[in-house]
Design a protein around this ligand. Structure first.
Ligand code: DSN
Length: 478
C-alpha cells in the first residue's frame, strides 16, 4: 500500500465515523496524537501495522462463525473459513507447530482454552471411556457429579507472581486459581533466576497435572527443554504461555532449548505484544490435543471474531517476512542497551540485566515505590507500568518495581543510542523524585514530590527523542 493510500484509508474511516458520533472520531485522533508523543515503554504494548489495523475495521465483524474451518454452526462462513485457515496456516509455518487455533480473543482466553483442552484430555476423556459413553450428556447423574468434582480437583504448578509469573497461571483473583489447586515456583533470591532444581523438587512434591512456564515480568530466557523433562518426570502436561515473547520466538531470537514450541505439549500466546499483531490470542499444539483445543468455542470462548482473525492472518504473514527476524533481534539489542544504560547509572535491575524484551527496575534504591516511580515517569512523558519484584515488601498494588520493554520503541525505529538517552531520562526522573508523606506525617507509598519544571523538561526531551522516528508516518489526519 502506498503511503498516500494509508493516509486516505484512515482519514476516510474517520470521516465516516465523525458523521455519526464526532466524539469517537476525535478520541481516535487524540489517541494517535498521544501515542505519537509518548515514550512508550510498556513491555506488553506495540504498534500494529496499518494493514493489520485496517483488516479489523470491516464487515467481517458482522459474521457469526462458531465452530472451526469447514465445520460451522452457521451458514455462509466461506470467507471466514478463508481468513481463519490463512491465520492458522501462517501460525503453523511461523512457529513450526502441528496445529494452530486462532480464535481466542485474548491471552486469558487462550489459557482457558488450553486448560480445558488439558482437562478434557487428561480427566474427562478417561472418565467417559470408563463409563463407556461418548459424551458428557450420556453420563449418569452420579458419574457426572463425580466427573465435575474430579475436574475441580486438579493441580497446577506455575511461576509465582512476584517472580514474574502471570495471574492466569492459577492465582486466586483469576478464574484459573478457582479452577486449580495451585502452587508456584519462584526464583533464586540471590540471582533472581529460575532454579530448575527447585522447580523439579516442587513438581516431585506437588505432582501437578499441568506445569506452566511463561511470564509477564521475568527478564531472562527459560530453558524449555529442562522444564519439559521436569514435566515428564511427574507425568504433567507441559504448557508454555509465550504471550510476552512470541515475537522473539517468531523472529528466531529464541531457538533450541529456548523455543517453547518443540518442547511444550501446548503453547498459548497473545498476538499483540512482541508479535505485533491485533489484540487477540492463539493456541499451538500437537495433534494429540488438537481436537480438544478446537472445542475452545463454545467451551470457554464466545463466537470467533472474524475481523480479528483476518488481522491475525495479516500480522502473521508480516512476521514470516525476513525483516521480522531483524526486528526481533533489535528488540533484544535495545532492551540490553537500555539495561546497560541503567546499570551504568546505578539503577538496580532484577537479575542485573535482560535476555529478552523487558527490563525490571527495582526502584527501592531510589527510595520510591513502583507506584511513585510510575507516576513520576508518566509526568515526564515516559509511559511504563509498576510491577512487583521478587519478595516485594510493597505488595502487588504499590510494588517496588517498574517494568519497561522495547517492542514498541523498536517498531518506531529507535536504536541503542536512543536507549542510552532513554536510560538517562529515566534515571534523572527517578533520582530527582522524593517519596511524599501522608497528612499525619507518615511515609506515603503513593505520594511523591517532583519539580514540575523538571518533569516538563524531561517530557520535552522525551518528545525530541521521538522526532526522528515518526509513528504511522503515512497517516496525516489533518
Ligand atoms: N497485560 C499484559 C501485560 O502487561 O503483561 C498481560 O497481563
Amino acid at each position: 500500500m502506498s503511503l498516500n493510500a494509508e493516509s486516505t484509508a484512515f482519514r476516510s474511516a474517520l470521516e465516516v465515523i465523525r458523521a455519526v458520533e464526532p466524539r469517537v472520531a476525535d478520541a481516535i485522533g487524540a489517541e494517535l496524537a498521544d501515542q505519537r508523543e509518548s515514550l512508550k515503554l510498556i513491555a506488553s504494548e506495540n504498534y500494529a501495522s496499518p494493514a493489520t489495523l485496517l483488516a479489523m475495521g470491516n464487515w467481517f465483524s458482522d459474521k457469526y462463525a462458531e465452530g472451526t474451518v469447514g465445520r460451522r454452526f452457521y451458514a455462509g462462513c466461506q470467507n471466514v473459513d478463508t481468513v481463519e485457515a490463512l491465520a492458522a496456516e501462517h501460525a503453523k509455518e511461523l512457529f513450526g507447530a502441528a496445529h494452530a487455533y486462532v480464535q481466542p480473543h485474548s491471552g486469558i482466553d487462550a489459557n482457558l482454552v488450553a486448560f480445558w483442552a488439558i482437562l478434557a484430555d487428561r480427566v474427562e476423556s478417561p472418565a467417559l471411556k470408563k463409563a463407556q459413553v461418548r459424551q458428557v450428556n450420556d453420563l449418569t447423574e452420579a458419574d457426572w457429579f463425580a466427573l465435575r468434582r474430579e475436574l475441580g480437583n486438579q493441580r497446577m504448578l506455575g511461576m509465582s507472581l512476584d517472580a514474574g509469573g502471570h495471574l492466569t497461571h492459577g492465582f486466586r483473583p483469576n478464574i484459573s486459581g478457582k479452577m486449580f489447586d495451585q502452587r508456584s515456583y519462584g526464583t533464586d533470591p540471590a540471582t533472581g533466576l529460575i532454579d530448575y532444581d527447585r522447580v523439579a523438587e516442587a513438581a516431585r512434591e506437588f505432582k501437578p497435572l499441568i506445569l506452566v512456564a511463561g511470564y509477564s515480568a521475568y527478564p531472562r530466557k527459560v530453558n524449555f527443554r529442562i522444564m519439559r523433562e521436569i514435566a515428564d518426570s511427574v507425568g504433567a502436561t507441559f504448557m508454555v504461555d509465550m504471550a510476552h515473547f512470541a515475537g522473539l520466538v517468531a523472529g528466531r531470537v529464541f531457538t533450541g532449548d529456548f523455543d517453547p514450541v518443540p518442547h511444550a505439549h501446548i503453547v498459548t500466546t497473545t498476538t499483540h505484544k512482541s508479535l505485533r499483531g491485533p489484540r487477540g490470542g492463539m493456541v499451538l499444539c500437537g495433534p494429540e490435543l488438537a481436537d480438544q483445543v478446537d472445542r475452545g468455542c463454545p467451551m470457554v470462548l464466545g463466537g470467533p471474531l472474524p475481523h480479528v482473525m483476518a488481522a491475525k492472518a495479516v500480522a502473521l504473514a508480516e512476521a514470516r517476512r525476513p525483516d521480522f527476524a531483524d526486528y526481533a533481534q533489535r528488540i533484544v539489542d535495545n532492551a540490553q542497551a537500555l539495561a546497560e544504560g541503567l546499570v551504568r547509572r546505578g539503577t538496580k535491575l532484577v537479575t542485573g540485566g535482560t535476555d529478552n524484551h523487558l527490563v525490571l527496575l527495582d526502584v527501592s534504591g531510589y527510595g520510591l515505590t513502583g507506584r511513585q516511580a510510575e507516576q513520576a515517569l508518566l509526568d515526564s512523558g515516559i509511559v511504563t507500568n509498576r510491577n512487583a519484584v521478587p519478595q516485594d515488601p510493597n505488595g502487588a498494588w504499590y510494588t517496588s518495581g517498574i517494568r519497561i520493554g522495547t517492542p514498541a520503541l523498536t517498531t518506531r525505529g529507535l536504536g541503542v543510542a536512543e536507549m542510552d538517552a532513554t536510560a538517562e531520562l529515566i534515571h534523572t526522573v527517578l533520582s530527582q523524585t522524593q517519596a511524599g508523606s501522608n497528612p499525619d506525617g507518615t511515609p506515603s507509598k503513593a505520594k511523591y514530590v517532583l519539580d514540575p519544571a523538571l518533569a516538563d523538561k524531561i517530557s520535552k526531551q522525551a518528545s525530541e527523542l521521538l522526532t526522528g522516528f515518526p509513528l504511522y508516518p503515512a497517516v496525516d489526519l489533518g
